[in-house]
Design a protein around this ligand. Structure first.
Ligand code: NAD
Ligand code: DAU
Length: 338
């Protein structure tokens, strides 16, 4: 099996590369990644020189790079994207170019190269917020942010390709991931890095927004199951069913680090902030998948990873000056640290 993984130098992508090469020792992987601010080739350093691994630096919006990366591949796991909601609120243009435009180029490539399966990694955010209960795959999409709208665009485009051309597309819509290698702008790694440096943790609004947190390795296993056992044209929700408020997570992180709760700072809410996400995962579980990891155990392991890999996240944080300026304006300069 030769799989193309787009976005393999990012958070989920690099965890997926490790997972696939460890659990499917016969497989060959090509990673296509343009190494944006969120991509870190160092994440994949342990596979450099392995004959099963090839890295192509290039953009999914570039048909030539896509052709090069698809050579020899039979399937594709498509993760490359602009992924941070706050950045999309600041400037959505790159989100449309990459998430919609890039997916179009890849889908065309999948047809030219006659790929046997094309898994689009979408998100639970395409459904929008749900006050109670859980979304089914058949529910309408109602995205709230420029990020989730761009992901919904890609998701629908992929389904349209299946409908129109018979492209063997499968879609996954997963909840919030956490674990090692997550860029320190997302809630858990951002707050860990803030707290370790003694800075405040900016909780948006009342902090009672609910997310369903899944260990990134459980997500990787779900992607492999969908790739190997899913039905083309089908959508699969992915989630661990572990719902927690942002405030609870923040308090737990501070406890685990032995830092004072006084570091919590309620700041102005994210515009258009979704209150709660929740998805029904019955369809995926019917393929034989279930989450293996406990929330608390993964959180402890994640805290430990960020403690041991301070140089990794300090380096990435230093490279985000432009975003930091926006972030401080957006949240009224009420944050400590850089
Ligand atoms: P990330 O931001 O950590 O990584 C994104 C990767 O894509 C980076 O390596 C970046 O360099 C690469 N990339 C960006 N633009 C590119 C382009 N034009 N061409 C090639 N590569 C490009 O993202 P992540 O959190 O690992 O998310 C991966 C995927 O999973 C995304 O599609 C995201 O929408 C989806 N998703 C994420 C979560 C989550 O909780 N993080 C949950 C559900 C779905
Ligand atoms: O649900 C899946 C999605 O999860 C993915 O599709 C996205 O790519 C991923 O970024 C994530 O989106 P969120 O917006 O939920 O993640 P984020 O880590 O940015 O925020 C999690 C929650 O924490 C959200 O309710 C906003 C809040 N938050 C976040 C930050 C960065 C804060 O209160 N303060 C912060 O500084």
């Amino acid at each position: 099996m030769h799989i193309l993984v787009t976005g393999g130098a990012g958070f989920i992508g690099s965890n997926l590369v490790h997972f696939l090469l460890e659990h499917r020792p016969d497989c060959h992987l090509t990673v296509l990644d343009s190494l944006t601010y969120a991509g870190c080739r160092q994440n994949l350093a342990r596979w450099e020189g392995d004959p099963r691994f090839r890295f192509v630096e290039g953009s999914i919006t570039d048909p030539q790079a896509v052709d090069l990366a698809m050579q020899g591949a039979r399937t594709c796991l498509h993760l490359a994207a602009e992924t941070h909601v706050d950045r999309s609120i600041h400037d959505g243009a790159q989100f449309i170019a990459t998430n919609v435009g890039g997916t179009q180029v890849l889908l065309d490539g999948a047809r030219r190269h006659e790929l046997e399966r094309f898994v689009l990694v979408s998100t639970d955010e395409v459904y929008g917020s749900i006050p109670e209960g859980s979304f089914l795959e058949t529910d309408p999409l109602c995205p709230s942010s420029p990020y989730s709208a761009s992901k919904a665009g890609a998701d629908l485009l992929a389904l349209a390709h299946h409908h129109t051309y018979g492209t063997p597309v499968l879609i996954t819509r997963c909840t919030n991931n956490f674990g090692p290698y997550q860029y320190p702008e997302k809630l858990i790694p951002f707050f860990l890095s803030q707290a370790m440096q003694g800075h405040e943790l900016p909780v948006y609004g009342d902090g009672l927004q609910v997310r369903d947190w899944i260990d990134v390795e459980d997500h990787c296993e779900a992607l492999l199951q969908v790739l190997e056992k899913g039905s083309p044209g089908e959508v699969y929700n992915v989630g661990a069913g572990h719902e927690v408020t942002n405030l609870e997570i923040t308090q737990t992180l501070l406890d685990l680090l032995g830092k004072p709760q006084s570091l919590i700072r309620h700041v102005q809410d994210r515009p258009g902030h979704d209150r709660r996400y929740s998805v029904d995962t019955t369809r995926l579980r019917a393929l034989g998948w279930k989450p293996r990891h406990e929330f608390r155990e993964t959180l402890e392991r994640t805290v430990d990873w960020y403690r041991r890999n301070q140089a990794w996240w300090e380096d990435l944080r230093r490279k985000r000056e432009e975003y930091q300026k926006f972030y401080e304006q957006q949240y009224a300069g009420r944050l400590g640290g850089g």
